[in-house]
Design a protein around this ligand. Structure first.
Ligand SMILES: *Cc1c(COP(=O)(O)O)cnc(C)c1O
Length: 419
């Protein structure tokens, strides 16, 4: 019998006595170098750190075929990940997330594929980043982790930290959906609702660090969540036969995934596993919180804080992103663009994909579908471009339209009136 446990042991065996191919870490802006195997936050310049690998050694150590033959989800990309010791691996049964072509909610002559990240543990792609962050925290001897969250990141941190035996304290805006707050607490974290936005929660984490000694796991403020999110790019390359789609629509909050995928493509090209053709990267935001879109339109390299941020897509309600310049750089280098869609359009797109294709997108995932529809209309994408949308979380965690059709089974039923 192959259980999650068998697969876990197979995956962990990949790491036994193997070590990692990490050479050092480096500031994403200034390029100065930081030593591996030490706990790190932001660089001296206050910017995210990127993990660097001995790519030549990776190319000599593993083949595409060996990677393809491994079971399980993102942990199988061992050579591209920073973990040194298998005993620190934390797993909850990760899977390679499926590619679902939209068939009925798009015109006949287009190819639009959804990567359904809702199948991951805790129901969102946050599992990728937080599994890596928790495993690395274990490896670095950290015991108490803290984080601000709009919901899904907190759930993933809580679950992976619990299975890994670490303590967590999590802060979320008090209008975070109740389902997220409850799942965070139920999965073992200490969670507090704060009467402010995500950046207010982030400040509490930062200030509390000096007093309580916890490690700050905020988006891009530690180096390993990006490495986890990078596996989306590795997985896509493998699933597309070591080629890539023409355009990737990514729902952009902190932008970890977009930055991570861009890093994955860079590493894969450096070892010759993919060619130089890259997807155009599209940063999708809501019109109620679109700092990256505004900066892209203004030709700016940083995005000022967005005031009064509001959107139904709470995962992309991020008024200020530490990695703004990295998101903008990837979008520009890829000849992509940034685009904002209204909340109304997000909900219509969500409903359309669910009704016609049976694909229940989360609002952030639906934002990518809406953005593709809009971009097709404005000519920013063409019909013959192969498009990939990210459904970043299960649609089941979000409010759905009411359903109120009733039948009185104690009376005669008029079957002819049923639909
Ligand atoms: C976190 C999150 C996002 C944004 O992801 P980033 O990589 O941080 O930009 C989008 N959608 C959902 C559902 C999320 O939880």
């Amino acid at each position: 019998m192959t259980t999650v446990d068998t697969e876990f042991h197979q995956t962990r065996a990949l790491y036994e006595g193997a070590g990692s191919f990490v050479t050092h870490l480096e500031c994403s802006m200034a390029g100065d170098v930081y030593q591996k195997a030490l706990p790190h936050g932001l660089s001296k310049a206050g910017k995210p750190l990127l993990v660097r690998y001995d790519l030549e050694q990776i190319a000599r150590s593993v083949t595409k075929k060996e990677i393809e033959d491994r079971p399980g989800g993102f942990w199988k990309y061992r050579e591209f990940l920073p973990l040194e010791r298998g005993e620190n691996l934390v797993s909850l049964g990760e899977v390679m997330t499926p590619l679902l072509p939209l068939r009925h909610s798009v015109p006949d002559d287009v190819e639009v594929i959804v990567k359904d990240e809702g199948r991951l543990p805790t129901g969102s792609f946050k599992a990728r980043g937080l599994a890596l962050a928790v495993a690395m925290a274990k490896e670095l001897g950290q015991t108490h982790l803290a984080m601000p969250t709009n919901g899904n990141a907190g759930a993933a941190l809580a679950a992976y930290a619990s299975v890994g035996g670490l303590r967590t304290t999590i802060f979320c805006p008090d209008d975070t959906p109740e389902i997220n707050v409850r799942e965070i607490e139920l999965q073992g974290a200490n969670v507090y609702k704060v009467n402010g936005l995500i950046n207010d929660c982030g400040k509490i984490v930062g200030d509390g660090k000096a007093i309580l000694g916890w490690s700050d796991i905020s988006t891009l403020k530690e180096p390993y969540r990006i490495e986890g999110k990078k596996t989306m790019g590795l997985e896509l390359a493998e699933q597309f036969g070591w080629q890539l789609p023409d355009v990737i629509f990514y729902p952009t909050g902190g932008g970890t995934g977009l930055i991570g995928m861009w890093k994955a493509f860079e590493e894969l090209e450096a070892i010759g596993w993919i060619g130089s053709k890259r997807p155009r990267m599209v940063a999708v935001q809501s019109t109620g919180c679109a700092p990256i879109v505004k900066a892209w339109q203004d030709g700016a390299s940083h995005a000022p804080l967005w005031e009064n941020a509001y959107t139904v897509a709470s995962g992309i309600r991020v008024p200020a992103a530490v990695g703004d310049f990295l998101i903008l750089r990837a979008v520009r280098e890829s000849h992509g663009f940034a685009i904002a869609v209204t909340d109304e359009h997000i909900i219509t797109a969500r409903n359309e994909a669910a009704h016609k294709d049976g694909v229940l997108l989360c609002p952030e995932g639906a934002a990518t579908f809406a953005a593709w529809q809009k971009a097709l209309e404005t000519g920013q994408v063409q019909k013959d471009e192969r498009v990939l949308l990210f459904n970043c979380a299960t649609g089941l965690k979000y409010p759905m339209p009411e359903s109120n059709h009733t039948i009185d089974c104690h009376k005669a039923i008029d079957y002819t009136a049923l639909k």
